[in-house]
Design a protein around this ligand. Sequence first.
Ligand SMILES: Cc1cc2nc3c(=O)[nH]c(=O)nc-3n(C[C@H](O)[C@H](O)[C@H](O)COP(=O)(O)OP(=O)(O)OC[C@H]3O[C@@H](n4cnc5c(N)ncnc54)[C@H](O)[C@@H]3O)c2cc1C
Ligand SMILES: NC(=O)c1ccc[n+]([C@@H]2O[C@H](COP(=O)([O-])OP(=O)(O)OC[C@H]3O[C@@H](n4cnc5c(N)ncnc54)[C@H](O)[C@@H]3O)[C@@H](O)[C@H]2O)c1
Length: 448
Amino acid sequence: MSERFDLIVLGAGSGGLSAAQHAARLGARVALFDPDALGGTCVNRGCVPKKAMWYAAQIADMHRLGAEIGFESVPMRLDWARFRRLRDQYIAGIRQRYAMRLDMAGIRVVPESARVLANDTVVSASGWQASAPHIVVATGARPRRLEIPGFELGMLSDDIFELEAAPQHLAVVGGGYVAVEFACVMHALGCKVDLLVRDRLLAGFDHEVAEDLAAKMQERGIRLVRNVQVRAARGKPGSITLEAGEDAVYGLYDAVLWAVGRVPNSTGFGLQELGVICNQDGHVCVDAFQNTHVSGIYAVGDVTDRKALTPVAVAAGRALSDRLIGGHADAKFDDSVIPSVVFSEPPMGAVGLTEQEARARYGDAISVHRGRYTPLLMMVAGRTEQNVVKLVCVGEDARVVGIHVLGAGSDELLQGFAVALQKGLYWRDLKAAIAIHPTAAEELLLLH
Ligand SMILES: Cc1cc2nc3c(=O)[nH]c(=O)nc-3n(C[C@H](O)[C@H](O)[C@H](O)COP(=O)(O)OP(=O)(O)OC[C@H]3O[C@@H](n4cnc5c(N)ncnc54)[C@H](O)[C@@H]3O)c2cc1C
Ligand SMILES: NC(=O)c1ccc[n+]([C@@H]2O[C@H](COP(=O)([O-])OP(=O)(O)OC[C@H]3O[C@@H](n4cnc5c(N)ncnc54)[C@H](O)[C@@H]3O)[C@@H](O)[C@H]2O)c1
């Protein structure tokens, strides 16, 4: 016998929580399965602890700048254990609030993994069965492991949050979001960092702006090594070398972070047996409405091939519940404009098309407007470091199709511009707007 619900959700991360809570708000009886901590990757092993570390890194950097503009200070050392305790307390609080809200919403939380038996039935690890007309798969992704000797000597992004102290010399392998963010954060917190990149750094971003970020990271002291295919790690924990190519050896490192992408959690719990189709990377294939190939089974978040970002998972979960429970037959979320920020040092943000994408799509009809400026505080400190703003426009009337920003403040300033771009923004609108002075954001209004 199985207990009946209106909606069953596998995974209590960003996407699963969003689908479950919205469905409950709309009156559905919901069962939510997850063997791990509420909040999934973002809260426990992703955005939240990472952002806390990024703030610590910002403070360390500001402290160095403070000394340059006249603050009398002694070198400031982070009490890593205290910081970690405060960060983890904050995260425990988020989990507690989630538990309370789920309870108040009447959602049945089952702290076990689930296996899908049929398109309306799941069973928990301990054998409890639940059924519903709709099953939402929101099982996320995990860090990719490489089949190379000595891989186990290094850490994955999940492990970096468990560090008891900053390593002295860290190698980061990879060139995506996770690699760049941790290379910058750990460097600002006092580690010597080598970043070993196989392909292009931040390949999905505007090439010119990503190269500017690469230059800034190197100016700050991160050693960036390109075209490296690591084929083995040797040594023992705390004393590791990396072998690459024919005969190159890098190290000695006391820690290595593998940041070589993520793998969707789509196998081992019954999906393939029912006919759910995945692409060659293992992502569950869904249409614009999050339908899989099997009726009654849907997928949202990192387990699909949509952009692996928390707000995307949240928007997909909410739209799906609007459709399945709220009765809005055509509810889907608009993924045409997705802003994102790399929490590097300095941060880099983008919304819309890169110059390369716009050129491929619109050819010579595009125009590019870029500006470089030294922020006021840097000028006062006598630094020459420049921030970058870049607009990619299309057509005679210069409709803005891409905005790219690099420099302090980029993380916060982009959101409003992203809304404007989504609604339809022209370069003339920016030129006609009254700036807020002196800010980093005004630089986007002052481009010639
Ligand atoms: C280091 C790092 C930093 C990041 N920083 C950012 C950021 O700054 N901004 C941003 O937007 N995004 C960021 N992301 C990406 C973001 O965390 C993910 O896009 C988001 O968490 C995806 O949510 P999800 O619900 O799809 O999956 P997850 O949050 O991964 O949740 C999936 C859940 O499913 C559970 N599960 C798995 N299998 C089963 C099963 N069979 N039965 C039941 N439950 C199961 C898992 O235990 C897990 O809790 C970051 C990611 C990482 C790794
Ligand atoms: N600030 C944010 O919003 C944020 C932060 C972290 C992660 N994320 C999300 O999580 C996703 C995953 O991030 P990620 O950095 O793990 O993946 P990614 O896909 O961004 O980057 C993976 C990197 O690993 C490299 N790589 C892959 N296989 C390799 C190999 N065998 N050897 C050497 N290098 C290899 C790739 O060339 C790439 O540079 C991101 O795409 C992003 O959507 C977002």
